[in-house]
Design a protein around this ligand. Structure first.
Ligand code: PGA
Length: 311
């Protein structure tokens, strides 16, 4: 799917051009990549855009998700929904919000159909005697179209493992839910030069479990950037995204590499989203804190317009 009818679409062919050649990252060992702090880029250079517009390396539609995490009350969510319903959103962006489970029904029955609703987690199989869990069937019953899986807070606070997360993704997909499949390295893993190794391993766990990538959006969320205010630079995000796309090309297929949206998450806000969105391999965002403010979330959604640069 191409982004073809934004306000820019009459001038641009965003998403229509073929995937650019990727650097051969798989031949690099992690030892050849050194880091001093998270603001230093990996030592792999991205190819320079060769055309007059920066568009999307992938062919998928821009995607912005709001992960509300464990925040909100009935009252604050009523206000947030009113702000979102009144916001002007660029047309060719998939917009999704993920409220806490207990508010999903409230959100689904009052939010515009323009915005889809996601769960923040789901059980690994059919529901039943699993105290405290929420099943895929229940998310669907409430009208959810998506579920976030593998979020770093589930991995590192709750202790979910790669294989378990892969199984969850496979089950959700088999029941028709879209999966926002999160991956990302810890600060110490980045500093140890293991960013690609960790991300590829987490990606492989999804790849090993899922029968198809048609309904998956990958969210690259470096853990050191989540909720810290330390956003990855556009270059830092781009070089991991291009590596992920390259991994998909080499290990799944060129078609999946091109079609699968790879979105960035970690301290995205209304002030930094436009610069991040300019990067070819950044197909959207997963937003935590800033998604709790309707007008700011709308600004992030509308950063799709910055996919255009001057010749
Ligand atoms: P943040 O969270 O935007 O608050 O950093 C992102 C996320 O966890 O998805």
């Amino acid at each position: 799917m191409a982004v073809t009818s934004t306000s820019l679409a009459s001038q641009l062919s965003i998403g229509l051009r073929p995937h650019h050649p990727s650097p051969k990252l798989d031949s690099l060992s992690s030892q050849s990549l050194s880091f001093f702090d998270p603001n230093i880029r990996l030592s792999v250079s991205s190819p320079k855009p060769s055309r007059t517009v920066i568009a999307m390396a992938g062919s998928g539609k821009f995607f912005v998700g709001g992960n509300w995490k464990c925040n909100g009350t009935k009252d604050s969510i009523t206000k947030l929904i009113a702000d979102l319903n009144n916001a002007k959103l660029e047309p060719d962006v998939d917009v999704v919000v993920a409220p806490p489970f207990v508010y999903i029904d409230q959100v689904k029955t009052s939010i515009t159909d323009r915005i889809e609703v996601s769960g923040q987690n789901s059980w690994v199989g059919k529901g039943g005697a699993f105290t405290g869990e929420i099943s895929v069937e229940q998310l669907k019953d409430l009208g959810c179209k998506w579920v976030i899986l593998g979020h770093s807070e589930r991995r590192h606070v709750i202790g979910e493992k790669d294989e378990f997360i892969g199984k969850k993704a496979a089950y959700a997909l088999s029941e028709g839910l879209g999966v926002i499949a999160c991956i990302g390295e810890l600060l110490e893993e980045r500093e140890a030069g293991k960013t690609f190794d960790v991300c590829f391993q987490q990606l492989k766990a999804y790849a090993d479990a899922v029968p198809s990538w048609d309904n998956i959006v990958i969210a690259y969320e470096p853990v050191w950037a989540i909720g810290t205010g330390k956003v990855a630079s556009p270059e830092q995000a781009q070089e991991v995204h291009i590596a992920l796309r390259d991994w998909l090309k080499n290990n799944v297929s060129a078609e999946v590499a091109s079609k699968t949206r790879i979105i960035y998450g970690g301290s995205v806000n209304g002030g930094n989203s436009a610069e991040l969105a300019k990067k070819e391999d950044i197909d959207g965002f997963l937003v935590g804190g800033a998604s709790l403010k309707g007008p700011e979330f709308a600004t992030i959604v509308n950063s799709v317009t910055s996919k255009k640069v001057a010749a």
